[in-house]
Ligand binder design. Structure first.
Ligand code: C5P
Length: 406
């Protein structure tokens, strides 16, 4: 939501990737931004102004003035209107002119007048991309604070294959969101640890004890906190998910013991932790070196795993916030309150498997948050992304209260 209401100027220069700028504009508008588009004269050969004007809901700007009525397209007012300027695609020619300060079209004069953060998404043939002149131009722009959303490798319009494809519109938007999260997010300057997913406790090289946790809730919380500017340390058991935001550092583990060790190492460097992992309570006393063969009945000797939450609860300082989860099937409130106290949590997020649409392997969740004072707040059934925002709101409040009490 960090792009909501932002004025974003999209600069389109003349390359075949210009067709992707239509998707970029749509993605920005979907996130609530107001978009205006400035094109180089050459860009009009690659995508029609009508397409971009329709998507951006504004007339396209190409010339310094309208030849019909002489109305002046002021690069100065465009440059001050914009909260961000993103040149995508940025051709080798446009990058070279930006780097040297040449101002022979509206896209370039606007760049020189812009006071806002500037992003460029280079797109060109692989040899142009690899040329020392282009590399130096990109370096010059980067040194000047321009954010380069790097080109990807793959098939190019020339038929050759290599580095030069413009970054996907979704990745350009992500880079812009990350930039604003880092500079404007409410949680800027805070570090938060998250545990997510299941743990696998090995029985032998091919078998393990696990659970149905997908990790979706924990990953959603990590993305939500990063979108608010927090530096996130995500410790994840085996899941199919990957992280989007560059503010999230992912540590992958498999067993509860590995998660425990990572958590103990990382928590002292964090302001808060949200423990959403479904940690296995027991692990086989030993893992067989070879696949166990069938011999009729067998008994597994299990030993308890360390309780990460309880240990962090013991180590927690007065300024740190600790949040746990309780997934219950019965006697929910009583069990959750017990865990809240036993593990010294600041609040606990309760979800009940008795509620339809809550718990494992679904996209929705229905939570109740119980505070350290025992007060319970019930939330309606929501998507896990919306639930992540509710948890992030509560966490932000709790962290702020601790700060003001310090
Ligand atoms: O498993 P249990 O219901 O006790 O989990 C409650 C909370 O404790 C959860 O936040 C979970 O991530 C955490 N936990 C943990 N280490 C364990 C067991 C649970 O951190 N070994």
């Amino acid at each position: 939501m960090i792009l909501k209401g932002k004025h974003i100027l999209v600069g389109v220069s003349g390359g075949i990737a210009a067709y992707k700028s239509a998707m970029l504009i749509r993605e920005l508008i979907r996130r609530g931004a107001e978009v205006q588009v400035v094109m180089t004269p050459m860009a009009k050969q690659f995508i029609t102004p009508l397409t971009l004007a329709t998507l951006s809901k504004h007339p396209i700007l190409v010339d310094f003035f309208d030849p019909e009525n002489g109305a002046w397209n002021s690069h100065v007012s465009l440059g001050t209107w914009a909260d961000a300027y993103v040149v995508a695609p940025a051709t080798a020619n446009t990058l070279a002119k930006m780097a040297t300060g040449i101002a022979d079209n509206l896209l370039l004069t606007t760049y020189l007048s812009a006071r806002c953060p500037v992003f460029v998404a280079p797109a060109m043939d692989l040899d142009m991309m690899a040329h020392p002149a282009t590399r130096l131009n990109l370096l010059t722009l980067q040194e000047r604070g321009v954010v380069v959303v790097d080109a990807a490798e793959g098939e190019l319009a020339s038929g050759l294959s290599g580095k030069g494809r413009m970054a996907e519109p979704a990745d350009i938007v992500l880079a812009m969101q990350d930039y604003f999260s880092r500079t404007e997010g409410l949680l800027c300057g805070s570090r938060i640890m998250i545990t997510a997913g299941p743990t696998y406790e090995k029985i032998d090289p091919v078998r393990f004890i696990g659970n149905y946790s997908s990790g979706k809730m924990g990953y959603a919380i990590a993305e939500e906190l990063a979108s608010r500017g927090a530096e996130v340390e995500l410790i994840s058991g085996p899941t199919k998910f990957s992280v989007q935001s560059s503010l999230i550092k992912l540590t992958k583990v498999e067993s509860a013991r590995q998660m425990y060790e990572a958590a103990l190492r990382i928590f002292p460097t964090c302001h808060a932790a949200v423990l959403s992992a479904a940690v296995a309570d027991f692990a086989p006393a030993e893992c067989a070196d070879e696949k166990i063969k069938h011999h009729g009945e067998m008994t597994l000797h299990l030993v308890p795993n360390p309780d990460i939450a309880a240990e962090l609860g013991r180590q927690k300082t007065a300024s740190q916030t600790l949040v746990g989860f309780a997934l219950e099937t019965n006697d929910e409130m009583h069990n959750a309150q017990g865990k809240l106290q036993a593990k010294n949590l600041d609040f606990i997020v309760l979800n009940s498997l008795a509620d339809k649409g809550a718990g494992f392997m679904v996209d929705t969740n229905k939570i109740t948050i119980i505070g350290a004072d025992g007060e319970a707040t019930e939330y309606p059934l929501k998507t896990k992304v919306e639930v992540a925002a509710d948890i992030a709101d509560r966490l932000t409040d709790t962290m702020n209260n601790k700060q003001t009490r310090e």
